[in-house]
Every structure is written in C-alpha cells, then in structure tokens.
Design a protein around this ligand. Structure first.
Ligand SMILES: [Zn+2]
Length: 90
C-alpha cells in the first residue's frame, strides 16, 4: 500500500468511488478507481515529486493541477480523500 504521509507532503486522494471520481473531476477511466493511483500535495511540489518517484512500485509520477499524481504497480491504495470517497459504504 502506498504511504499516506511523506517527508514532503501528504496524500490527498487515493482509491475513489465512481461517484466520488466524478465529483472531483477525475477522468472516467481514472486509475484512482482501481486503487493504483494516489495524489499527494505539499509545500514544494518538485521535492515531493522527487520523493514520490522513489516509492516502491511507482510506474509514473507527475505534477498535475497543483498536486503530484502517481501510479504504482501492484498498489492497493485505500479509499481516501474528502469528496473522492462519496457514496462509499463503511
Ligand atoms: Zn491523481
């Protein structure tokens, strides 16, 4: 599972429900839907990006709309995020 806290930032979005993904403006085939993506935010996005690129299993990481989006191999990201988990039955 990818970390929720890093030295240079914190997770802002993990796995999403389809409804939550729509609410946050995710693309319909978003990798957030199957838990293979995480978003992170922090005060220095370039430092955060460099740190995220060192995580085990990372396939891809880039700065997107003011945060760092990342996809990982074999990740099982938890449902995470304020609106992205809308409709989730807990
Ligand atoms: Zn993302």
């Amino acid at each position: 599972m990818p970390p929720l806290k890093l030295r240079h930032g914190i997770a802002t979005s993990g796995r999403r429900t389809p409804e939550g993904n729509r609410l946050v403006g995710g693309v319909p085939n978003s990798n957030h839907l199957d838990g293979s993506s995480m978003d992170y935010d922090g005060p220095d996005l370039n430092a955060l990006l460099a740190e995220v690129r060192g995580l085990p299993g990372v396939r891809k990481a880039f700065i997107h709309k003011g945060h760092v989006h990342t996809d990982g191999e074999g990740w099982n990201a938890p449902y995470y995020g304020a609106r992205g988990t809308t409709g989730l039955k807990r």
